[in-house]
Design a protein around this ligand. Structure first.
Ligand code: E4P
Length: 234
């Protein structure tokens, strides 16, 4: 299973990259806005070069399918590790699978995004998406059983030998990460605050403190027990 960071914050991306736990990055226009990336090209290229060769998902910013095609070609030209995010439908409900298919046939990797149902997953896989992003937090917002959806999606893809990978996004709580992992998600994209939360534990801190204190005490005793011949030795 891979872990992506769901962020455009360079300091956070670098922080978790240096920990060796990040396999890629996902962004969307709301994340870019929140993390103050106003120049999309410059921001995407900076992230892409920081994490290369790991994939960085950059989402199209238009509701027009023709413009999605043009933007996707442009974004993919910015860096070889950029994956273009195309929504499964646009804001009017027009399916975007044809865009995914056309881009895939040009060799552009697509992350089919805002998938909220098994139907979305099946159609995105058939259209050739490299990744399919299930927004589990939004599925659960509507009363859906998100872990079950992830499990069914992964089972269906593997049963029919589709190569698309499921990315679980829209994480709301640390428990969602465990649920997605146990449901068999290929990738979980995690906002930095949840990476921090799943890492820290007061009892781990306390245990490490105890070991460090006891190591100091043991060293003091060793120093006292040291043989006189050792003193002043060059
Ligand atoms: C994933 O690729 C998306 O960027 C993200 O997880 C969406 O999450 P949201 O539902 O919090 O907007």
């Amino acid at each position: 299973m891979e872990i992506f960071i769901d962020s455009a914050d360079l300091a956070e991306i670098k922080r978790w990259l240096d920990q060796g736990v990040i396999d890629g990055v996902t962004t969307n226009p709301s994340i870019m806005l929140k993390d103050r990336v106003f120049n999309l090209k410059k921001g995407a290229q900076t992230i892409a070069s920081l994490v290369e060769p790991r994939p960085v998902s950059v989402e199209v910013t238009t509701n027009s399918l023709d413009e999605m095609m043009a933007q996707a070609r442009e974004f993919a030209g910015w860096s070889p590790n950029i994956v273009v995010k195309i929504p499964v439908i646009n804001q009017d409900g027009v399916p975007c699978f044809g865009v995914v298919r056309a881009l895939t046939s040009e060799g552009i990797r697509v992350n089919a995004t805002v998938a909220l149902s098994l139907g979305h997953v099946m159609l995105a896989a058939k259209s050739g998406a490299t990744y399919i992003s299930i927004f589990t937090g939004r599925v659960a917002d509507e009363g859906g059983d998100a872990p079950r959806l992830v499990k069914l999606a992964v089972w269906w893809l593997e049963n029919w030998r589709y190569k698309s990978k499921i990315i679980v996004g829209s994480i709301r709580e640390v428990i969602n990460i465990q649920e997605a992992a146990l449901a068999g998600a290929h990738v979980i994209t995690i906002p930095p605050q949840f990476l921090a939360k799943m890492t820290d534990h007061k009892y781990s801190r306390e245990t490490v403190r105890q070991f460090v204190d006891d190591a100091k005490k043991a060293l003091e005793k060793m120093d006292k027990m040291a043989e006189p011949v050792m003193v002043g030795r060059t």
